[in-house]
Design a protein around this ligand. Structure first.
Ligand SMILES: Cc1ncc(COP(=O)(O)O)c(C=O)c1O
Length: 394
């Protein structure tokens, strides 16, 4: 270790030193220095926020509504969130005590971990998984424990595999379906099996359902709505993906009162309250944004079918993702690692994808392609990838 990095290791906490830099960031930095790149890299909608949602926030600013809100969030927004959860999934959450508005699901995830973990507590999660999952656990003093998933089982996590990893240090299971990076959804049957394991071992389940509205031809099952698990579940939900609101930074957690109280304690000292204009916009989204969601989902679905078919045809086999806006094709034919593949594809064909290894060991051999981009770009990207795979096939 150089003198410089050893000095830095003394200054920076061990927890932070343990985090690896996000594999995604590296590609975005490379991307930023290049022109005419087709990006299937960034995981966000290509839509602007529907104008009536933005307008609600603009009008609230014009009326001078620019102060902090209650730590938990605007009461009407919590009420509307509770109403939507009741209407969609038949789950009752008390808006005054069981719901907390947060700075995106990102904050909710961090709060959930910090609220429930003691040093050394283990959290079981599927591999591959969203990049923040293991880091959040480590930052909260816990230990992430991976459950491998594979294309053969459609990247659904198996309850038996979870149970096999339970030790006396296990505190929670963290799942996120529809999944980033695979687009996998979990069947009711498989979720019920996870619920049974959680109940049997008295474990908390943190269920990140940020992509709940983006499902294609299947029903989204809300984990907290399964029999007997609501008391053990922290449900995380958001606005970023369904309403094209990534930059507004707004999400929520719904959980038993004791847990929300603990999460609110951290939130009030670190955040105070979620951004006020974003809360106003989120309320408008819940009240009147349904037709927008429907339109965007139909559009994503068209793109999904084209990219999945295209990838399979060009020698990048891809299971059918039923949720989110990602395809996760295999690159086995090229014999490259996912980092090599992504870097070479970017340099030779100017197409950006994300290496599967950024999402965990089981992501190796795959790349993540986000299809929340125009059909013309998807088609051009497929043509370029076809040329690339043909040239590099082993
Ligand atoms: C699975 C998953 N959870 C959480 C987040 C963070 O979402 P937010 O914008 O609500 O912080 C993302 C963003 O990409 C995600 O893919």
């Amino acid at each position: 270790m150089s003198a410089e990095s050893s000095k830095q290791h003394k200054i920076i906490s061990e927890r932070v030193n343990r985090l690896s830099p996000s594999g995604i960031r590296k590609f975005f930095d490379l991307l930023a220095s290049m022109e005419d790149v087709i990006s299937l890299g960034v995981g966000e909608p290509d839509y602007a926020t529907p104008w009536h949602i933005s307008e609600a926030a603009v009008q609230s600013l014009e009326r001078g509504y620019t102060m902090y809100t209650s730590n938990s969030g605007i009461p009407e927004l919590r009420e509307e969130t509770a109403r939507c959860l009741q209407q969609k999934y038949n789950i009752d959450y008390e808006p005054y005590g069981e719901i907390l508005m947060t700075v995106g699901v990102s904050e909710a995830l961090d709060l959930a971990m910090r609220a429930i973990l003691n040093p050394g507590d283990e959290v079981i999660m599927p591999d591959p998984h969203y990049v923040a999952y293991d880091s959040c656990v480590i930052l909260a003093g816990g230990e992430p424990v991976m459950v491998p998933t594979s294309q053969e089982s459609n990247f659904e996590v198996d309850a038996k595999d979870i149970e096999a990893r339970i030790t006396d240090k296990t505190r929670a299971i963290l799942i996120g379906y529809p999944a980033n990076p695979t687009g996998a959804v979990m069947s009711r049957e498989k979720l019920l099996a996870v619920a049974k394991v959680a109940r049997r071992h008295n474990l908390m389940v943190i269920s990140d359902e940020i992509y709940s509205r983006l499902v294609y031809g299947v029903e989204h099952i809300c984990f907290a709505g399964l029999p007997g698990v609501k008391e053990n579940t922290i449900l995380l939900g958001g606005f970023s993906k369904a309403y094209a609101m990534t930059g507004w930074r707004i999400g929520y957690a719904a959980a038993p009162q004791e847990i929300i109280r603990a999460m609110t304690k951290i939130h009030q000292y670190t955040i105070m309250s979620a951004p006020t204009p974003a809360q106003v916009a989120a309320l408008e989204a819940l009240k009147t944004g349904e037709p927008d969601v429907k339109e965007m989902v139909e559009d994503y679905n068209r793109r999904r079918m084209i990219i999945v078919k295209g990838l399979n045809e060009i020698g990048m086999p891809c299971f059918e993702p039923r949720g989110a806006f990602y395809a996760f094709p295999s690159i086995a034919k090229t014999g490259m690692t996912s980092e090599e593949f992504s870097e070479k594809l970017l340099m030779e064909e100017k197409v950006a994808v994300v290496p599967g290894s950024a999402f965990g060991e089981c992501g190796e051999g795959y790349v993540r392609c986000c299809y929340a981009t125009s059909l013309a770009d998807i088609e051009e990207a497929l043509a370029r990838m076809k040329r690339f795979v043909k040239k590099h096939s082993k």
